[in-house]
Design a protein around this ligand. Sequence first.
Ligand code: CTP
Length: 436
Amino acid sequence: LLDDNRLDILLEERLPEKILHLFHNIGQLADEANVKVYVVGGFVRDLLLGVENLDIDLVVEGDGIAFSTRLARFLRARLRVHEKFGTAMLVWDDQKIDVATARREFYQHPAALPQVEASNLRQDLYRRDFTINALAIQLNLPAFGYLVDFFSGRRDLEQGLIRVLYNLSFVEDPTRIIRAIRFEQRYGFMMEAETLEFAHEAISRKMIGEVSFERMFDELLLILQEKNPVPALCRVTEFGIWEFFLPDLQWSDGLESELANVTTLQHLLKEQQWWDSKSQWISYFLVLTKHLKPDGIEVALQRYPLKLWIREAIVTISEEGFRVAQELDKWLKGGKNSELDEILQGWSVEAFLSLRATYPVQETILLLEAWQAIRKTSISITGNDIKALGIKPGPIYGEIMNRLRVERLDGTVQSSEEERQRLREILIELGYGSKD
Ligand code: CTP
């Protein structure tokens, strides 16, 4: 059984050489500093599940800050220290390493941020959310790769169960209910029966309502950044907790299928590399807000720290979405590129996806391809070219360039030479110069 807890072979098999080497170095430094060091949390969970995760969280039994200083010097890494929390963050070659002093946390009142004091590994792990996140692997060389599993997290991983470590877990930190939903759906796990009861109880006591809007927003964002957020959002519906995210949101089959369409479209966009997956959440969020009435939109805008362009997109979709969607439908029956360019002026891909979520995916792809080609089109004529023909700078420049762009988009002008030719013709039409 003891051997079963030696994971050094697994580490060798599953980790990139660089990380394995780093872990050996950390182990050696820990031995020299006479402290115990463990890698903990999501990293260990995902290692055992065979899921890639290179977020390294270390826990030190001893002075975590002194150790991280030593480690940073050894690695020549950048170091940021938070004395108050006994934590530090190292950045080494793009690799982030979080280091914490083993600590005990207690809550002065429910849903507050925790108070902290130094402690040992067991208590550090016990304050965490779920058994599957409370596993640790020792890095000190004599015990390198030894799995520390105080709370049978490995068994729960094997059985696919999300289990809290203590009864008041959800009361102390109600965001854990949302985390439980996220992990359940991400790994195809289930909440263990008692944990599920605790969740229902905390929900019926409205504990989630105690959480700040910023933290609720972070949790929603984490769901919307999952590979496929839809199952977790369905679960949010089953638990009846939309009121804490977006009051007024009416879940429906229609909404669910729109969100699923967004997933499909985003996968396609990712394949084409037209898409930065960091902004994945935005299209989903815009689909959700699209289903709110004006009052609900007002609440979302007040509560959440959204960037200006996202706020504007929410309002534009609600005020102009219907008209633009109709115009796009008409365009699909045979429109010019310049007309599509005009219709989608000022629209982001994210807002476009949310708008098109109700339509057949195939047609949306046609639109995206045309739009993408339009975005790549530029004319070669510049203001200087017009100036060289003796035209006084003014609004006329914009007008001329715009006409050239339209012609280039629609293919009536196809090369730089033709642009030059058209430029001369346009100038004549506008009454500048003469044919000779
Ligand atoms: N944690 C917790 N309660 C929370 C948030 C986090 O107990 N409300 C603990 C968890 O045990 C988790 C660790 O803090 O393992 C780090 O949190 P985070 O980085 O969010 O977790 P991961 O488990 O790595 O999740 P993800 O895979 O989504 O990044």
